[in-house]
Design a protein around this ligand. Structure first.
Ligand code: PEP
Ligand code: MG
Length: 325
């Protein structure tokens, strides 16, 4: 069975009625590129960059970051790599950074908030990414955006990075797509306005569920409320899709929700065409896509959007897709 899956994993992710989806991989280490290829990913939809920072006893230099990103992009080219800037201080803390201890790190100086408070560190990473972009197909992704002001500030720092690289006469490419993670409820509410500043949204359901359901994503006591098919979560995704549609912004989903086959009909019905997941989930999800009719999923979502209970939604999906789940 696994062998059959592996063979099929290199077939395109096309539905019964001919709609093509793009399945990409989430990775944290350059070494994972092998499994990206083996599982037939269309590219890297999320490269989490924390590990390079966690490995060292100090902040990495621009040169160190550049070498790693270049290595990765050269391995993956001509497919694309979405590099997400540092998402630190949520669950992962840098021992050498001088951040003040926080009672609620998930609600604190995390990710882009930390980066904007330490622009020199942020700029170092952005310069390295823009330099690597001269060697392949890179997209730049910013985590944890919660308001318009933040993306404006980020864009100023990108401009500063471009200036600095020009000054230093380094080879780089700044003509790359810029995206933000949509993983904070305020970003969903403001998605249309945020869409004016960026090229794509990447939906981070791990945090979006955490922040919208008010559950710590690592707290087992409340894990029963960590529900991707909760009607509130589905409606939030619907709002993001509508806003993206109105502003002409592309959407990809890179949270865990994207890698579980049971969620697939719902995501397709909501209009998602790009999903990024753990490389190992790609073959199963792809196999399922090849057995689904996309028009059916639209009807499914119409029904689901009238429902109020997660169990009813789950039952409906499982009953309707019992033959292929
Ligand atoms: C997410 O929040 O869904 C996500 C993909 O990012 P991370 O898991 O790294 O927070
Ligand atoms: Mg996240």
């Amino acid at each position: 069975y696994r062998a059959g899956l592996a063979r099929e994993s290199h077939l395109p992710a096309v539905t019964l009625d001919g709609k093509r989806l793009s399945l990409m991989a989430n990775i944290e280490l350059v070494e994972e590129v092998v499994s990206v290829r083996d599982n037939g990913a269309d590219g890297i939809g999320l490269f989490r960059t924390e590990f390079l920072y966690l490995d060292l006893k100090r902040f990495p230099t621009e040169e160190e970051l550049f070498e790693k990103y270049k290595e990765l992009v050269e391995l993956v080219t001509p497919r694309c790599v979405t590099i997400r800037t540092l998402d630190i201080n949520g669950d992962k803390v840098l021992p050498y950074s001088d951040t003040i201890e926080e009672a609620n790190p998930a609600l604190g100086m995390r990710a882009v908030r930390f980066c904007l408070s330490r622009p020199e560190i942020f700029m170092t990473q952005i310069k390295a990414i823009l330099r690597a972009a001269a060697f392949g197909n890179i997209k730049l992704l910013i985590p944890m955006i919660s308001c318009v002001e933040e993306i404006i500030e980020v864009k100023k720092i990108i401009d500063d990075a471009v200036w600095a690289l020009e000054e230093e006469e380094k080879i780089f490419n700044s003509d790359i797509p810029l995206g933000i993670m949509i993983e904070v409820p305020s970003a969903v509410i403001m998605a249309e306005e945020l869409g004016h500043y960026v090229d794509f949204f990447s939906i981070g359901t791990n945090d979006l569920i955490q922040y919208s359901m008010a559950i710590d994503r690592r707290n087992r006591q409340v894990s029963h409320l960590n529900q991707p098919l909760n009607p509130a979560v589905i409606r939030l995704i619907r709002m993001i899709m509508d806003a993206a549609h109105r502003t002409g912004v592309k959407v990809v989903m890179c949270g865990e929700m994207a890698g579980d086959p049971v969620n697939l009909p719902v995501l397709m019905g909501l209009g998602l065409k790009e999903l990024s997941m753990n490389p190992g989930s790609i073959p199963v999800v792809k196999q399922m896509i090849r057995k689904i009719n996309s028009t059916d999923t639209k009807n499914l979502v119409d029904e689901i959007l009238k429902m109020g209970k997660v169990a009813d939604i789950t039952d409906l999906v499982k009953t309707r897709y019992k033959d292929i789940l």
